[in-house]
Write a protein that binds this ligand. Structure first.
Ligand code: BGC
Length: 762
């Protein structure tokens, strides 16, 4: 335990600790034993800048292993490999004496256009939360901290430093905060990074509701909150709201603001003490890590990067078992991405890799001279572009190579300049030149495989015409080798989509509400984000959330589900590898209440697991749906509520490939909704205390209303219709109606008694 004494610090010293010394380090107060610590990006490798520092990736950083970014490794749906990668990043950070790695990023992929989607895991909060927690556990297992980011509702890059994300309470809690809550509760990140944007009009960097009420009071976070780099708007308001550390340095300007505010009596010194205690705690934790001795095992980490990349590749389509390739086939490799791989996105996460594998080299290592190559097209700024050959020449060469081969493998993808931190995409289309090349190749050789390299989802207008499609996302420095492993079948693909591939960007739920205007972006689609929307609207998609194929096949046995005493749903089933190759299957569990009082998506992912199965093997698989994940956020009482009743539990290979369904009965949370004069008769009748009394008092009146000869009944088609109409009638409005034999005072007393805690309602 490092000895630190913060109790006799001067106000100036304390204020100074709450902002950075430079771009990446905190300030020290040597006389109190408080040393400076370094925080640096993240998330899919270490970006420790060696000389000049900036956060936009301009100055180069020390070589580090570039593991697959979140878009890639997320497709593994595999916390185990993500934790191992996290641990490896922790080791690299420790060797470089970095205290905190700035990641993981777990923001929801609200729109496929978000320029930074490559740094995020999913359109679903359970996937983001489970995988984010695994990443935190891995890094922190090495005594290195993490920074869970970007908190919160930072789902676009356009105007990211000023825009207000205007989100209703339910989607905010159920979609945008749920993943953060999961990671905070399950993995206790050392730090959380607030985002740049405003949330419902308040800067997240100075939002006491977000940074204190939700994060600390509701979720129990006891670490440190750091600003995104340059996110501080008003430092005094920020520290009061719960923003402990401002990064990077402010040149002492904001430290002085804090001192002045305390002296002027507008900020309690205890607020600064609290922030300082958290900073000191971080420094202490960092000091507790035993000194790490290098050197970095470059080979071992590269091998792990290759394994992780292999686990991340998604086989979207494989008609006629075109894949895997055989080493004796003549293979035409076409496309500049085979020689100039795109393996990570641009911006603050840009890693300086220890080495980079190109797919062509890796394919040739297996197929030798049977692997031919043509560039096919030029990627802006790449080597092929620089070679100065015309589009026609490149295309003709590719067609000739394809025609002479047994199989053509065409590497398509997004040019690096099209997606980055700092701006969004304007469309989801692949460049025209690539689509035209593909058409020409297909004509020359219909046995064509497309391999995609992209950080954000792309439209696949050729999906019906191409027999095999491999989504290889951005896979980190060993991605080229991993693609070859999958193409030749030494690795059996097992990745699945953590986001929907839509037919058109116009089908996306945020379309029309993205990226907003004049400082506001309205999350108008509410809860129906990603597959929730496509399913609710019954829209066709190119590939659904959760989809991914294998070179083998899996059979799901009939599932059982039981509710434990704690209220969790335990699902069990047998899964069998029915083919002749070893493989992995990602089993998914979707849940929805059969009836609900509130809006619900048709089904929501609640649990998943990645299971390794040898050829022919059957394994019994168990998945747990946590009771809290069944809850919706009730705006009337500002809390989570699990509705009682029947829930459909679907066990699925994708969101649109349900293999087994069971129903379970779930006990509802006991909750009392306060009754008022404006409560509906339906609500009052349903109340366990007020209900029977009101029914007694109004029974005659209600009976009369529905009586066949009453004047009211004559205007309604039948009794049921009358009951439905009356159910929404505010109870207070009935008082004084002819036939209603209760006074205002009596109703008031009744409501007061009910609110004072009669037995609770389910
Ligand atoms: C990014 C963060 C990053 C920070 C430091 C910001 O621009 O949004 O994700 O950690 O810079 O580089």
């Amino acid at each position: 335990m490092t000895e630190i004494s913060a109790s006799d610090l001067t106000l100036e010293e304390k204020a100074s600790l709450t902002s950075g010394a430079d771009f990446w380090t905190t300030k020290a107060v040597e006389r109190a034993g408080i040393r400076s610590v370094m925080m640096t990006d993240g998330p899919h490798g270490l970006r420790k800048q060696a000389g000049g520092t900036d956060h936009l990736g301009l100055a180069s950083s020390v070589p580090a292993t570039c593991f697959p970014p979140a878009v890639g490794i997320g497709s593994s749906w595999d916390p185990e490999i993500i934790e191992r990668v996290g641990a490896a990043i922790g080791v690299e950070a420790a060797i470089e004496d970095v205290a905190v790695v700035l990641g993981p990023g777990i923001n929801i992929k609200r729109s496929p256009l978000c320029g930074r989607n490559f740094e995020y895991f999913s359109e679903d909060p359970i996937v983001s939360g489970v995988l984010g927690a695994a990443s935190v556990r891995g890094v922190q297992s090495q005594g290195v901290g993490t920074s869970l980011k970007h908190f919160a509702a930072n789902n676009q890059e356009f105007d990211r430093m000023r825009v207000s994300s205007d989100v209703d309470p339910r989607p905010l809690r159920e979609i945008y905060l749920r993943g953060f809550e999961r990671v905070v509760k399950d993995a206790a990140p050392w730090t959380v990074m607030c985002s740049y944007n405003k949330l419902n009009g308040v800067w997240t960097s100075e939002d006491p509701w977000l940074l204190t009420s939700v994060l600390r009071d509701d979720w129990g976070f006891d670490g440190l909150v750091v600003s995104d780099w340059g996110a501080v708007n008003d430092r005094v308001a920020g520290v009061a709201a719960g923003l402990d550390l401002e990064m990077p340095a402010s040149g002492g300007r904001t430290d002085k603001q804090l001192v002045d505010a305390v002296r002027a009596g507008t900020l309690a010194e205890s607020v600064i003490d609290t922030a300082v205690a958290r900073i000191v705690d971080l420094v202490r934790k960092a000091g507790d890590r035993p000194a790490a001795t290098g050197p970095l095992d470059v080979e071992a980490h590269h091998a792990l990067a290759r394994e992780a990349a292999g686990r991340s590749i998604v086989l979207l389509k494989n008609d006629g078992a075109l894949l895997p390739l055989s080493p004796t086939q003549k293979v035409a490799v076409i496309g500049a991405f085979a020689t100039e791989p795109r393996f990570q996105g641009a911006g603050s996460s840009l890693i300086n890799p220890t080495r980079v594998d190109a797919a062509l080299d890796a394919l040739r290592a297996v197929g030798g001279d049977d692997v031919s190559h043509a560039a096919g097209f030029a990627v802006d700024g790449g080597a092929v572009a620089a070679s100065g050959r015309s589009t026609e020449e490149l295309r003709e060469e590719a067609v000739a190579v394809a025609a002479a081969a047994d199989v053509a493998v065409v590497f398509l993808g997004l040019p690096a300049a099209e997606e980055s931190e700092g701006f969004d995409r304007e469309h989801i289309d692949l460049p025209e030149v690539q689509l035209a090349l593909l058409d020409a190749v297909l004509e020359a050789n219909p046995r064509t495989v497309v391999v995609l390299s992209n950080g954000g989802v792309v439209a696949l207008p050729f999906a019906d015409r191409v027999p095999a499609i491999v989504e290889s996302w951005l896979l980190g420095q060993a991605g080229g080798s991993a693609v070859a492993d999958v193409l030749y079948g030494t690795v059996n693909p097992s990745g699945k989509l953590t986001e929907t591939v839509p037919v058109r960007v116009e089908d996306n739920p945020s379309f029309g509400n993205f990226p907003g205007e004049f400082g506001h972006v309205r999350y108008g689609e509410g809860l129906l984000v990603g597959y929730r929307w496509y399913d609710a609207k019954g829209l066709a998609v190119t590939y659904p959330f959760g989809h991914g194929l294998s070179y083998t096949t899996f059979e799901y046995g009939a599932a059982t589900a039981e509710v434990t005493e704690a209220g969790d749903i335990v699902v069990r089933l047998d899964v069998t590898n029915t083919g002749d190759r070893d493989g992995r299957e990602i089993v998914q569990v979707y849940v929805a209440p059969t009836r609900s009082h509130v809006q619900r998506a048709p089904r929501e992912l609640k649990a998943f697991t990645s299971v390794a199965l040898a050829a022919g093997e059957t394994r019994s698989v168990e998945l747990v749906v946590r009771r809290e994940d069944l809850a919706y956020w009730d705006v009337r009482v500002d809390r989570w509520i699990v509705e009682g009743g029947e829930y459909a539990v679907d066990i699925a290979a994708s969101s649109r490939d349900i293999r087994s369904s069971v129903a379970v009965q779930v006990d509802g949370d006991k909750v009392l909704i306060p009754l008022t004069m404006n409560s509906s008769i339906g609500d009052v009748v349903a109340h366990p205390v007020a209900g029977p009394i009101v029914l007694g008092a109004l029974g005659g009146f209600l009976g009369e209303l529905s009586g066949a000869d009453s004047s009211a009944a004559s205007m309604m088609p039948n009794d049921e219709a009358m009951e439905k109409m009356m159910a929404s009638f505010p109870i207070g409005r009935l008082i004084g109606f002819p036939g209603v034999d209760v006074s205002h005072e009596q109703v008031e007393q009744l409501l007061a008694a009910a609110n004072a805690g009669g037995p609770a309602a389910g």
